[in-house]
Write a protein that binds this ligand. Structure first.
Ligand code: GLN
Length: 257
């Protein structure tokens, strides 16, 4: 009994010494973890499921986040929040990085730094199958739905059209299905998912009106230490085809659901 107590005491002392040396506890956990923020309302990039790659979160971005952390010997955790809150949460240090199918725009670059782009997308129009919309200019006299804070909203704003903004893509698509709006402007891969999920919808593209967009991961301005880690992992995943494979896998999976 005495021996056991002594052994325990020694073990505890050793653990404590190691902890002091490596700054265990809150500090070390943070040091070895990348806390990503996302908005898990954007399939196939991020969505909630029963068993995801990071907790309940799954999708292309979630798999990328996990690999970024692992290839740096770290762990990824995910915080789910509204898309509009992501950059604020990043700036006030609640999260270390944003991975959310986020387009690297010049406006966002004023407040955050972006990684190497990992995916190219474009805005498209989702309409009902019987719609007469064939180009972006046809939206002029139509009821347009967008999602708040997405680049789709900015595009429609720049075109000078009035619109209604929703918090979630699914809400905007429901308005369209129910005939309460005529067109939803949203990113291409997510549009494909919604068209696959709902009868009677189709996608109209207008590459002349919508420029291509590049998705990238955002970090706090000047956080080169984390940005270098993220970029080295992304460069590797782009070079060896991992990101391409993930995009194909999740696009097929999510569409087949
Ligand atoms: N790519 C769009 C943007 O950056 C939409 C991203 C998203 O909804 N997750 O605004």
């Amino acid at each position: 009994m005495k021996k056991a107590t002594k052994f325990l005491t020694m073990t505890l002392a050793m653990v404590m010494t190691v902890c002091t040396l490596t700054a265990c506890g809150g500090g070390a956990a943070k040091g070895n973890t990348i806390t990503f923020g996302t908005n898990a309302e954007f399939p196939p990039f991020e969505y909630v499921t029963s068993s995801g790659v990071i907790g309940e979160y799954d999708g292309i971005d979630m798999a990328i986040a996990k690999q970024i952390a692992e290839s740096n010997g770290m762990t990824a955790t995910m915080e789910n929040m509204e898309f509009d809150s992501l950059l604020v949460a990043l700036q006030n240090g609640q999260i270390d990085a944003v991975i959310a199918g986020m387009t690297a725009t010049d406006e966002r670059r004023e407040t955050v730094d972006f990684s190497t782009p990992y995916y190219t997308a474009t805005q498209v129009m989702i309409v009902r199958e019987d719609s007469d919309i064939t180009a972006a200019t046809d939206m002029a006299d139509k009821k347009i739905c967008v999602i708040q804070g997405y680049t789709g909203e900015i595009c429609v704003q720049d075109m000078g059209y009035s619109y209604e903004a929703f918090k979630k893509g699914t809400e905007a698509v429901m308005e369209l299905v129910n005939g309460k709006c005529d067109v939803v402007v949203i990113d291409s891969a997510t549009a494909q998912k919604y068209v696959g999920d709902n009868e009677g919808l189709k996608i109209v593209e207008d590459p002349g009106a919508f420029e291509s967009e590049e998705y990238a991961i955002a970090v706090q301005k000047g956080n080169t230490e984390l940005l270098d880690k993220i970029n080295s992992a992304i460069d590797k995943m782009l070079a060896d085809g991992t990101i391409n494979e993930l995009a194909v896998k999740y696009t097929e999976e999510v569409t087949a659901e």
